[in-house]
Design a protein around this ligand. Structure first.
Ligand code: BMA
Length: 339
């Protein structure tokens, strides 16, 4: 069966490597990972959990930069090929709606989503507790804060790339203030990007060993002929701490709180040195995926061990087919999530 990407546009210069001979996994790594190494900017010790998009003739990205004082902020980077990045030295300066400086105390795990002609950045920050922050830009020079969508605590959010049923859609993961040992993915809607409601449960942790602690959305959902492809992270606990793997699900195109298929297997789990060894070992944390409608190619950017950025590849056909073949969605997953 041939599954198509919808509305993602053509991207002939998408970073790409063919699947290696003998690889049976649905997602394969770039063989020169990590693409961003330690100390990438003066005053920034590590970049990871970051998001990129095609822009002009190349690529642009928002990067989680852990400063040498340990505090994370968001940095802008540009690239011709999506692999080699040039970063701005100064963190992104956010302003309020009157153009006055309006910086959060910290900001991490940014996602970047284009809706119509506006780029939205969405991240985690303090708002009297860990909460979701948002800003918008049309030129990557002026970054205007948008009202925080939710009360604390919530540390993981991503927007859909278009309205569904006339409303903006946002996936998030309500939680507590720390490295929460729980968390499910919820969907919220808004007519204006300011007031959010109609909250629905999308899916929770499962009994499966790689995602039995908590889950959180990863890249912005990708529209396909089978539904929204959601790449997410699933977490398990071990005697040596949390392990973060990448999972996949397909959400109903018109009612995305309904899960059509949910893969019982992880799609990517820490195996390489840059995923297993670092500031926080054993973390694969997807935050972005770009795709080429023509070929069905998808390039995934994921944080590695809270220390590096990695790149991985798949095709829409291969990953959606794999998720379908290994579907283990529960009745609760398949429901509309309203109680
Ligand atoms: C989560 C977030 C991520 C991080 C992960 C592993 O709670 O803080 O930014 O990659 O933990 O440390």
């Amino acid at each position: 069966m041939s599954i198509k990407l919808i509305g993602t546009g053509c991207l002939p210069n998408i970073p790409w490597q063919d699947k290696p001979e003998g690889c049976s996994a649905p997602i394969w790594r770039y063989n020169e990972n990590p693409i961003i190494n330690r100390n990438p900017i003066e005053g920034v010790a590590r970049i990871f959990n970051s998001a990129v998009m095609p822009y002009e003739n190349g690529f642009i990205g928002v990067f989680r930069g852990e400063q040498v004082n340990g505090i994370p902020f968001i940095y802008l980077g540009r690239s011709r090929d999506g692999i080699q990045w040039v970063f701005e030295k100064e963190k992104i300066q956010f302003t309020d709606e009157n153009g006055k400086p309006f910086m959060p105390d910290y900001a991490y795990d940014p996602r970047l989503v284009k809706i119509d002609d506006t780029y939205y950045i969405i991240w985690c920050q303090d708002a009297y507790g860990a909460a979701i922050g948002m800003a918008k830009t049309t030129d990557f020079k002026v970054f205007t804060r948008v009202e925080n969508p939710f009360l604390p605590f919530n540390r993981n959010a991503v927007l859909f790339p278009r309205r569904v049923g006339g409303n903006f859609m946002l996936l998030s993961r309500p939680s507590d203030s720390g490295h929460t040992p729980f968390g499910d993915i919820f969907l919220s809607e808004s007519k204006d990007m300011e007031f959010w409601g109609r909250h629905r449960h999308v899916m929770g942790k499962s009994g499966r060993w790689w995602e039995n602690l908590k889950i959180g959305s990863g890249s912005a959902p990708i529209e396909t002929s089978e539904g929204w492809l959601l790449l997410y992270h699933g977490v398990t606990n071990t005697c040596n701490g949390f392990v973060y793997s990448m999972g996949g699900a397909i959400l109903d195109i018109d009612e995305p709180s309904k899960v059509k298929y949910r893969c019982e297997n992880f799609l990517l789990t820490p195996e390489e040195w840059y995923e297993e060894r670092g500031f926080v070992p054993n973390v694969c944390f997807p935050c972005a995926a770009i795709s080429d409608e023509e070929t069905g190619r998808i390039a995934i950017y994921y944080g590695c061990a809270d220390s590096y950025v990695g790149l991985a590849f798949t095709t829409v056909n291969e990953v959606v087919e794999y998720i379908r073949m290994h579907d283990a969605a529960s009745d609760d997953d398949r429901s509309d999530g309203r109680k």
